[in-house]
Design a protein around this ligand. Sequence first.
Ligand code: AMP
Length: 209
Amino acid sequence: MNIVLMGCPGAGKGTQSVKLQQEFNLHHISTGDVLRAEIASGSVLGKQIAAIIDKGNLVPDEMIISMLENIIKSTTKGIVFDGFPRTVKQAEALDAMMRRLDRSITQVVMIDLPEKEVVTRICSRRQCKQCGEILHVDLSVPLSKCPACGGELYARPDDTPERARHRLDVYHQDTLPVKKYYQTGGKYVEVNGNQTPEKVFEDIQKSLK
Ligand code: AMP
């Protein structure tokens, strides 16, 4: 089973990918995490990537595509793709890569979220430095520790209202055409993302063929 999880910024792709990974023993590929790891390494490439991500723009297709092929090759497990493809060029490249490796995308799941929810959701998002848990906090109540493990919580630098709105514009322009690309292939389903994470996951499981 190779699943592409789509959705606008803040739709819950990261949370649902981890659930899919655990439930079906999949390999989780988050291109955002791959890029953040490169930034954390302090490399020259990482510095270039940080400048792009911090503005809320997409890194160039060629860069992300070349990073992906080796990661896909490194596993024989089924894969959940989180945050990739984000452009039609990436979707075409993914199909070609999977064909070369004698694999294919089994299903594309779009987590649908009303746009008025997006900026609020993104700005309330925090991630635990220790266990990686993603949660949404009540901004009126100070919360600095992860309720699951007590680790330190942080907000991503690109999770500000201004950048969230820009990322939404980029999503409209570059990523929504990917939805059309997949809609014609008979593997595309949509689930309502404006529910609890547990209910969204239940709907995703029901949608899997
Ligand atoms: P994410 O963690 O998926 O929200 O991604 C964070 C940021 O990483 C995005 O706003 C982009 O700047 C960059 N990024 C992640 N995945 C891709 C991709 N497939 N193509 C281009 N840029 C990406």
